[in-house]
Design a protein around this ligand. Structure first.
Ligand SMILES: Nc1nc2c(ncn2[C@@H]2O[C@H](COP(=O)(O)OP(=O)(O)OP(=O)(O)O)[C@@H](O)[C@H]2O)c(=O)[nH]1
Length: 318
C-alpha cells in the first residue's frame, strides 16, 4: 500500500470514529459558524450535520448561554489555551434530554465541556472545537450522595421521639452561645425543663403514654420558641433551651408562659386524660460564669430548687 493510500485510510477511519464516538464534537470558525457537527450532536439535538453546516451556532441554538460562552471562547482564541467547563460550574451547555436508563430521573444530560483551540498550518488559531462529554451518571450519583449525606447530617442532630435537637447537638448550640457571650458580651439565658412526677405517669398509664407526654411537651415548647432559640431533649424527660439575647427576667416571662400553657393542656391516651406540669430552672450569663458547663449547672441547680419548692415553678438561679 502506498503512503498516500495509507494516509487516506487513516483519514477515513478517523472520520468514521469522529462520527460514531459517544462524545459530542463541534468545530466552529472565528465567527462561531459550524464547520463540524458529529453523530453524537446529531443524535441528541435532532439536527443533522448537512442541515447545519455553515450556520451560526448561537442563531441556530438561541437557548445557549451566548455571552458567557462567547467570553470563554474568546479567551481560548486569545490565549491559545484549552478551557474546561465542569457540570458543577454549569450543569449543561447544550440542553439535551437524558435518556440513560440508570439515571433516568435526571431530566437533562449533565455535561463536561472542553473548548480546544485549533491551529491552521501557519500556526494561527482559526477555529475552536467544543468537546461535549455526557457525565449524567457521575453527576447524578454525586448529587444523590450529597443529598443522602445532608439527610444523615440532619438525622444525627435530631431526637427521634420529639424532633427536637438531640443532646449532643443542643450542647454544641449552648457552647456556641457561650462563645458569643465571651466574645461580644451578648445576653443569653439557659432554661432546663423537667416533667414533674414523670415516673408516676409511666407507672399509672404505661410507657407509651409517657412517650406521648414527652412529645406533647416538646410540641408546646416548639410552639413557644423564636427562630433564634435552640431547644433540645437533654435526657429522658428533661429539655434544655438556649434563649439568645434574653435576660433572666425575659426568660422568666417565657418559662411562665410555657409552664401555664402546659398546666392548662391535657394529653389524651387511649381515651384517658393525662394532666402534666413541668419545673423550670433559668440561668442567665454573667461574668461570674467561666464555662458552658457552669452555665448549665446553675440552670440545673435552679431546677432542683423549683422541684424542692413543690414543682410546677420557674426559678432563676441566684
Ligand atoms: N416513657 C418514657 N419514660 C422515660 C423516658 N426516659 C426516661 N423515662 C422515665 O422518666 C422517669 C424519670 O423519673 P425521675 O427522674 O425519678 O423523676 P420524676 O418521676 O419525673 O420526678 P421529679 O423529676 O422529681 O418530678 C423514669 O421513670 C424514667 O424511666 C422515655 O423516653 N420515655
Amino acid at each position: 500500500m502506498s503512503n498516500d493510500q495509507s494516509a487516506m485510510n487513516e483519514l477515513h477511519w478517523l472520520i468514521d470514529m469522529v462520527q460514531t464516538i459517544e462524545v459530542g464534537l463541534v468545530v466552529l470558525d472565528r465567527d462561531y459558524n459550524i464547520q463540524l457537527w458529529n453523530g453524537f450532536m446529531e443524535n441528541h439535538s435532532g439536527v443533522s450535520p448537512n442541515s447545519i453546516k455553515g450556520d451560526n451556532l448561537f442563531e441556530k441554538f438561541p437557548g445557549l448561554p451566548a455571552s458567557w460562552l462567547k467570553q470563554k471562547m474568546e479567551s481560548v482564541f486569545l490565549l491559545k489555551n484549552r478551557t474546561f467547563i465542569s457540570w458543577e460550574q454549569r450543569p449543561y451547555v447544550f440542553q439535551f434530554k437524558n435518556y440513560r436508563p440508570v439515571t433516568g430521573r435526571a431530566d437533562f444530560m449533565f455535561q463536561n465541556i472542553t473548548l480546544l483551540p485549533l491551529a491552521s498550518l501557519t500556526g494561527q488559531i482559526t477555529h475552536i472545537s467544543i468537546i461535549v462529554y455526557d457525565v449524567t451518571d457521575i453527576a447524578v450519583n454525586k448529587l444523590q450522595l450529597k443529598s443522602a449525606n445532608e439527610q444523615l447530617e440532619q438525622l444525627s442532630q435530631i431526637d427521634g421521639l420529639t424532633q427536637l435537637y438531640n443532646r449532643r447537638h443542643w450542647q454544641s448550640c449552648m457552647e456556641k452561645e457561650f462563645d458569643r457571650y465571651s466574645r461580644y458580651g451578648d445576653a443569653a439565658s439557659l432554661v432546663m425543663i423537667d416533667i414533674d412526677n414523670f415516673k408516676r405517669i409511666n407507672d399509672e398509664y404505661g410507657h407509651p403514654a409517657g412517650d406521648k407526654v414527652i412529645q406533647h411537651i416538646a410540641y408546646l415548647l416548639t410552639q413557644a420558641l423564636r427562630e433564634t432559640d435552640c431547644a433540645g431533649r437533654y435526657g429522658g424527660e428533661e429539655f434544655g433551651v438556649v434563649l439568645s439575647k434574653t435576660t433572666a427576667e425575659d426568660a422568666l416571662n417565657f418559662t411562665e408562659r410555657l409552664r401555664k400553657r402546659i398546666e392548662a393542656s391535657e394529653v389524651t391516651f387511649e381515651n384517658r386524660l393525662i394532666k402534666v406540669t413541668v419545673s423550670l430552672g433559668i440561668n442567665d450569663l454573667d461574668s461570674a460564669i467561666d464555662s458552658s458547663s457552669n452555665w448549665l449547672s446553675g440552670a440545673d441547680k435552679a431546677l432542683y430548687v423549683a422541684k424542692q419548692q413543690g414543682r410546677n415553678k420557674s426559678i432563676i438561679y441566684k
